[in-house]
Design a protein around this ligand. Structure first.
Ligand SMILES: [Zn+2]
Length: 127
């Protein structure tokens, strides 16, 4: 694995961050919020994301089990990253591993060729 440091930002620039990642794929989830949002995400351990602007500048959207944290810019509305929800009992029984990290919106990163990345389709609506 080769980590690259990417610069990330929302559309208006109020939210800026850095992330160290080896982006060899992106995830597309079909759950109720992801399919509306259309983000391409990539998961990283939490210590690999560094917010360069104040946390207090971000808005937080929580829904459903309220274990996910969807951070978005209150000025331009773009979601730069989110903390995925904790697995449900059903998901744990199905072998889904808990994940304590960030799902970065790869669309917000500079220097990524989105068209070249393999897409993993995640069936978030059915688990
Ligand atoms: Zn913004």
């Amino acid at each position: 694995m080769t980590l690259t440091t990417y610069q990330g930002a929302c559309h208006c620039g109020r939210t800026r961050f850095e992330v160290d990642a080896d982006i060899d794929h992106v995830r597309v989830c079909d759950c109720s919020v992801c399919r509306r949002r259309g983000a391409l995400t990539h998961r990283v351990p939490k210590e690999r994301l560094r917010l360069l602007t104040p946390w207090s500048d971000l808005s937080l959207y929580q829904w459903g089990s309220r274990t996910a944290q969807d951070f978005f810019c209150p000025t331009c509305g773009v979601l730069p990253f989110r903390r995925p929800s904790d697995p449900t009992a059903q998901e744990l029984a199905a072998g889904v591993e808990p994940f304590d990290g960030w799902a970065v919106n790869v669309r917000c990163l500079e220097g990524v060729d989105l068209a070249s990345l393999p897409v993993r389709h995640i069936a978030g609506s059915r688990i």
